[in-house]
Every structure is written in C-alpha cells, then in structure tokens.
Design a protein around this ligand. Structure first.
Ligand code: HEM
Length: 534
C-alpha cells in the first residue's frame, strides 16, 4: 500500500525536505503571510484583541469579586442599557469591592459603608467622572470636573448661593410654583381624567424642573421654555444611561441628549445676560442667578474703587470677592445644578407622595404640624427655620431619603493606581463607584432598615449615624445643594398636605424599584389628586 509520506512524517516528503533544507525565518514569515488572505488576518487580529481584553480584565480584577470572564469588548453593556435594581443589589452584597468591565472601562464598585467612604474621601486618588457621556453633555471644561485646589476655590465662590439667608429668598418662588402645579395636578386628575389614576412620575419631574428653574433663574425663563426643558430633560437622563458608550452616534440617545443639553445651555446663557442687566439696574435678588451676578458686580465695584485710589471702608468689602464669569460660564454652572438636582429631587418627590399616600396616619401628623406652624392659615408662608423645625415633616423627608436614596452610586475615576485596601489596588483609569444603599440600609445604624420608620429621626438615634448618612455623598464633592434640597422637599410635602388629598393605586410593581439614573417606583406611581377643602 502506498503510504503518503507527508502524512507519516514531514521529513519523509521530498518537497518538504527541500523546503526545510532552505529554512530561514524570513522564508517562513513570508510564506505564512502569503498563505493568509484578508479574512484570516482580520480573524487573527480579532482573536488577539479578545484575548488581550480578557487578560486585561482578569489582571485588573485581581482578588475582588466579579465575573470570571468578560463578554468580549462590550462586557455587560446591554445590562447598563436596561439597568436592573436587583442585579445592582446582588452586586453590592457580593463583596465590599466588586467589579465589571464595560467596553474599555474597568469598573470597581465599593459597596459597604467603609469602602464607599474611603472612595469619597480619597481626593488624592479619585475625582468625580460621571459617565463618559456626561463630559460631552456638560462640557469637559465644566467646573464639576475640576479637581483639587481649583475645585475647592470654584466651589467656595458658589457657597454664598446656598447659605440659609439665600435659601430663605428662594422659598417664596418655590411656594408660587407648588401652588400652580398642585392646581394642575387636581385639574389633571379630576377634569382631564375624571378621577382615574395615572402615573404621576412624569408630572413630578416637570414640577421639579419648574422648581429648579425658578430657584436658579427666577422669572428670566418663560413657562414654555421650562416645559420644553422638562420634556427634553428625559433625553439628557436617558443619554447618561448609556454607561461608557465611547462615542456619540447620530440618532442615538446620547445624540438626542447632547442636543437637549445644548438647548438648555443656550437658554441659561440668555437668562445670565438678562440678570446682569437687571442687577446692574439695582433690581431685587430673587434667584441663584441674581445672587451670583450681584456678587460679581459688587466684587467688581469694590475692585474698581480700590484701583481708583478712592478711600475705601473695609466694612463695605464684599464677604467674598469673586471674579466676573461670562454668560456661558454661568450657564454651564447652572446646568450642573439642574443636572445634580433634577433626577434626584424628582425621585425623592415621587417616593414621598407614594409613601405618604400609603401611610395616611403619618401624613396626618405632617398635616397637623404644618397647620400649627402656619397658625391655622393653610396659605401662610414659612421661613427656612420654620420648615426645618417640624419634626414629622423633617423625619419623613429624612426617612424617604434613607429608605429610597435617590443616588445609589456616584462614579469616580482613579487618577492613579488607588490602593483601596491592603490587598487590592484599583488601576489608574478605572471607574471607582461608591454605592450608598448598604450604608443606608445597615441594620446596626438603622434597625429594621427595610421598613419605613420616620420615628427613628424623632425618638431614635438616626441623626447620630453620620457615618452611614451617604445620601448626599461626603468628602470634598459632597452635595452643594443638600440643605436647600431637603428644605424644598419638606416644603413640598407640607404644602401638599395642606392643599391636597391624594390616593395611591397600589399595583404589584409599586414597591419594585426602577433605575432611571436615580430610582423610581416601577409603575411610575399611580395617583389621583383632589383639592383639600379647608
Ligand atoms: C434629594 C436631592 C439630592 C440628592 C440626593 C443629591 C445627592 C448628591 C450626591 C450623592 C452628590 C455627590 C457627592 C459626592 O460625590 O460626594 C451630589 C453632588 C452635587 N449636588 Fe446634589 N443632590 C440632591 C440635590 C441637589 C440640588 C437641589 C442641588 C443644587 C441646587 C445639588 C447640587 C449638587 C452639586 C453642585 C454637586 C457636585 C458638588 C461638587 O462636585 O463639588 N444637589 N449630590
């Protein structure tokens, strides 16, 4: 039987033997390359990239919890498009530090109280990064992306806008907006829908946009624009869901989000120009923008006086000298306020209305103390001190924020290798995300943490658990608007209890949590409002 020599042994084949005799490396490479077509080259490159991506993920993961392998390149990208609260929760409880890798980004999640605090309080190693799309939407030069001293200095200049005195000036504007929207809610429920329940989450989002715009830019923005911003803000939030998608492709969520963000920036820029004119003419300060512009103009006037050599009285010196900001710089900063407040406050408002409707006995206590604080006049105005001094109103707001914290994760970026523990270092360039849920649902700090218990803020020691209170973050980037945000929610629920009755239609999804940047009831909170008779 003839034996195929090539099959038995290469050297037995005369042709191969000849080739081996001619062996040189250049020959092998060229014969390999000649034997490859475009497809084989592409496939080989792809396999090398897949292997590199996998190897890099496993290397970065080190000893912490996370999937053993990564879906090539994209990782769990599709999950981030449809975020699932339960999956996040599983991740948080899987270990104090856990990881995933989405596209090119390696993500470390710090889920226990101490790990989360460590990240928040390590400005040498991390800076806030939000998701990739946020740079494009807010603009990379935006102050929120500043780091270290430049961030501290910029923030100091903004502190004056959130003092108690300033917040007191914003309250009448808030009351106006609530009066207006509460009437709209009743109209919607009773006239438009004939008493039929409907999801109110979108209505709350619109109301909170109007509230934010009223506080930030007063009457410089008309109703139509506010409505447009409220509607389009969905696109901005949706754009930010696409965690780490590296580019903005036309007609995708990020693309629509960017267009909406550009529109908001243009509108705020127009408001800044109007405020400068009005403040220069000695108009009364009514909003954050006015306070800021007046501060700039007072600083400028002081500098001009000093420069002119006129005798100056130190007592006239503004408490904080700030530089002039362009209309667009102002607009970018106001946009960060909107960005920071919109989703978080809408989330808290939605849960507040739902939870109060489901617990009428607690709502009655809120109502009773609000009426007493207003001396029996449901329409009387309150000051910040009065708002904060109502124990039940304060307790329900605090407890809603603890029980359903709007911001469940805060993305930071490792500026350099970050040794989070003795055994694990997050590599430079990774996202490091402190999660707030476990700290706020910690059995030791807040006994019976899965229940809504406002009493813990009245007779219990919840206020002493400052280490666990991560609702507004901690460290150099803690929430600038936290006093304002909580007072606003207290005012909202107090006024609602005076002027409205509302019923919640409970569905199997009411207690399920939907993640849309922040968290909402899965069924979007079906409510019916009616006017409350005196
Ligand atoms: C219930 C409502 C709110 C919640 C739960 C909330 C929560 C947070 C959290 C968790 C952070 C990140 C803190 C950190 O990294 O340590 C933050 C930052 C921030 N928040 Fe809020 N926030 C709320 C409302 C507001 C409002 C109404 C404003 C403005 C009017 C605001 C302005 C800001 C700003 C400017 C930052 C960034 C501060 C910095 O980087 O220095 N927030 N907020």
């Amino acid at each position: 039987m003839a034996v195929n020599g090539t099959f038995v042994s290469p050297t037995a084949d005369a042709k191969v033997a000849h080739q081996i005799a001619q062996l040189n490396v250049k020959g092998i490479v060229s014969s390999l390359v000649n034997g490859m077509n475009g497809w084989t080259i592409a496939l080989t490159l792809l396999l090398v990239c897949v292997a590199y991506d996998q190897f890099k993920y496993i290397w970065n993961k080190g000893s912490i919890v996370g999937p053993n392998f990564k879906t090539p390149f994209i990782g769990p990208f599709l999950e981030s498009v449809h975020p699932d609260f339960n999956k996040y929760h599983q991740k948080w409880v899987s270990g104090p530090l856990s990881c995933v890798s989405v596209f090119h980004k390696f993500v470390v999640i710090a889920s226990t109280r101490d790990m989360a605090r460590k990240v928040f309080n390590s400005p040498t190693f991390v800076k806030p990064c939000v998701v990739d799309a946020a740079y494009k939407l807010l603009r990379p030069e935006n102050w929120v992306f500043l780091d270290g001293k430049p961030h501290v200095d910029y923030r100091k200049g903004l502190n004056g806008l959130f003092t108690r005195q300033a917040i007191n000036q914003y309250i009448p504007g808030l009351e106006e907006v609530y009066n207006d929207y509460f009437k709209r809610f009743v109209h919607k429920s009773q006239v438009e829908l004939g008493g039929k329940p409907t999801p109110f989450m979108p209505e709350f989002r619109e109301m909170l946009t109007a509230i934010s715009c009223r506080t930030f830019v007063g009457h410089y923005m008309n109703e139509e624009t506010i409505k447009k911003i409220a509607d389009d803000y969905y696109l901005i939030t949706a754009a930010l869901e696409l965690v780490n998608f590296p580019i903005i492709l036309p007609f995708t969520k990020s693309w629509y989000g960017k267009k909406a963000a550009d529109m908001v920036l243009v509108e705020f820029t127009k408001c800044a120009a109007k405020s400068k004119v009005r403040m220069a003419a000695g108009g009364e300060k009514e909003c954050i923008l006015d306070f800021w512009v007046a501060q700039m103009q007072e600083s400028e006037a002081w500098r001009a006086k000093v420069a002119s050599g006129e005798p100056v009285d130190e007592s006239e010196k503004p408490s904080m000298l700030i530089r002039d900001f362009t209309d667009f710089e102002i607009s970018m900063t106001l946009f960060t306020f909107l960005f920071a407040s919109q989703d978080a406050t809408s989330s808290a408002a939605t849960w507040l209305f739902q939870i109060m409707a489901d617990r009428p006995e607690i709502l009655d206590k809120v109502r009773e103390e609000n009426l007493a604080m207003r001396n029996g006049d449901r329409h009387a105005h309150l000051s910040l001190d009065q708002i904060e001094s109502m124990p039940w109103t304060r307790a329900v707001v605090k407890e809603v924020l603890r029980y359903r914290p709007p911001v469940i994760m805060v993305p930071y970026l490792a500026k350099k290798d970050f040794p989070i523990t003795d055994t694990y270092t997050a590599p430079k360039g990774s996202m490091v995300i402190p999660a707030t849920w476990l700290a706020l649902h910690d059995q030791e700090a807040y006994p019976d943490p899965e229940s809504f218990v406002p009493e813990r803020w009245i007779t219990g020691d919840a206020d002493k658990q400052t280490k666990n209170w991560l609702v507004f973050g901690t460290g150099p980037h803690y929430c600038l608007g936290q006093v304002y945000a909580q007072a606003n929610l207290m005012l909202m629920i107090g006024k609602a209890s005076m002027l409205l009755d509302w019923k919640h239609t409970i569905t199997p999804k009411s207690e399920e949590i939907k993640v849309f940047a922040t968290i909402f009831p899965m069924d979007d909170c079906l409510l019916t409002f009616s006017e409350r008779k005196a």
